[in-house]
Design a protein around this ligand. Sequence first.
Ligand SMILES: [Zn+2]
Length: 489
Amino acid sequence: MPFNEKTMAQLQALYLLGATDMDYNKERTKMKMYHSLSNDVDRKRIKDISLSCFLAFSMVRTPGDVAACHINVKPQHITIYIAKNKKDEKDVILANTIKEFVFAPNARALGFSAFGKKYLEIMVKFCPGKIHTLATAVKSGGLHYKTIGKTTSKPVKDLAAIIKRLEEIPISPNAGTAAVAKEKEANEQRKGGQNLLQFAGKYKGDIGKAIVSALKMILVNIENAHKDPKCLYYASYAAHMIGTAKISNDLLEAVLDNKKTGVTDRLLPALVKFGRYFRGSERLHRQTGSCLQAAGQNPRVDIKWVESQQSSVTMRHSAEDIIVETFRDNNPVPLSNRILADLKSIAKPLEENWRHKMNLIVHCEILLIKHLKETAKLKGGEIGISKGSCGACYNMVNGYNLYDNDEWIVHSNHGNHYLVLPSGHKEVDERAANHIAEELHALISAHLKLQRNAESADLPSDGDASDYQEESFRTGEDFYAAVQAMGLD
Ligand SMILES: [Zn+2]
């Protein structure tokens, strides 16, 4: 199936269907978007590309924006390729400032903490909006604030309330010891965990007290993190420790009511994101060092920008069209009137937010790969992105690897689908389009199943949604619809 306007409408349906509350049997049920892809990524490779990822992350000045980076190291010459969907003059100045600082030979001479603080100064100067938003999100513990139409996910409890709760129900020091032993046994100890253990040593090994103290440190410093690099450094260090350590994850989940506080769903991911400043600057120091070493004495360092591509798209499909059409495409059996009615009721809540005209872009990682292939004549490499790829782009990257024998690696994939323009590579786009159609069909089937279970709560279970369309006809009207659809009436 070609990647055309229909595919874009399917992407829109996937996005809205995955994010809209549906009312089945008076119980509001939210179907999660399909995250079938998000486990595809080879986690071991993520660390390999953290330099380009972190540069991409640093290039985002305001939240919501996305950047992709690739670093090409040749003898005497390093090229940093940057693709950014919204680029202005400040981005150019920021990129040059980062380049001048981190690739300067004398930056190596600085110890890590001096380097880290200088780097954070650059971030505080250029990206205060991003840091402020992150800080606010961590403070309230709800980073994933999403508004689609009337559906707004609620923020979790305030960080101060979490600290208060932890003080009321202290984590027993024994629980900490048990968690550490378990972690050591599983050989899962991460850098954050090591830092936390060292920190807990100051509290005679009481992990609970250490966690509370680190959370307080975040709370106190977060207010000024967007103004003062020192505060950003403190809050980020503590956030990295709490957010990435398995010990704190396990203990917080056990002590706090996860349903009410959303501690593992929201607070910890928010902390991990915030903590990236600390961890990232540390890695930046080390990895730019090895990059410079690989390039030899005083190499030239260039930045190449990739121009964004956008286009205005008018969607002729309605939500109903696309839901019915996608379901029909994947089911050889004609649709009964009842199923048609069910499909219409699934599509109805989407109509309100359905956009018929919109400006779409080629996402930055695809933009970057296209440029690297066409202009730099590269056949593979590590593509750093400031956040994971969407489902469509991840499939496109795999498409390049499959059809052109390329070797591109993206650092992660969040599995969600956003509206995106095709790459322009026929096979690559076909692969993405097929995948999108399959995902949407699976999601519609899952909704049908829920809807049906709600309708016939008093009837025996009907099994899989996949046999839904092959059921026996309930009424003569249903049967007649099938006869009609086959042109036999
Ligand atoms: Zn994408």
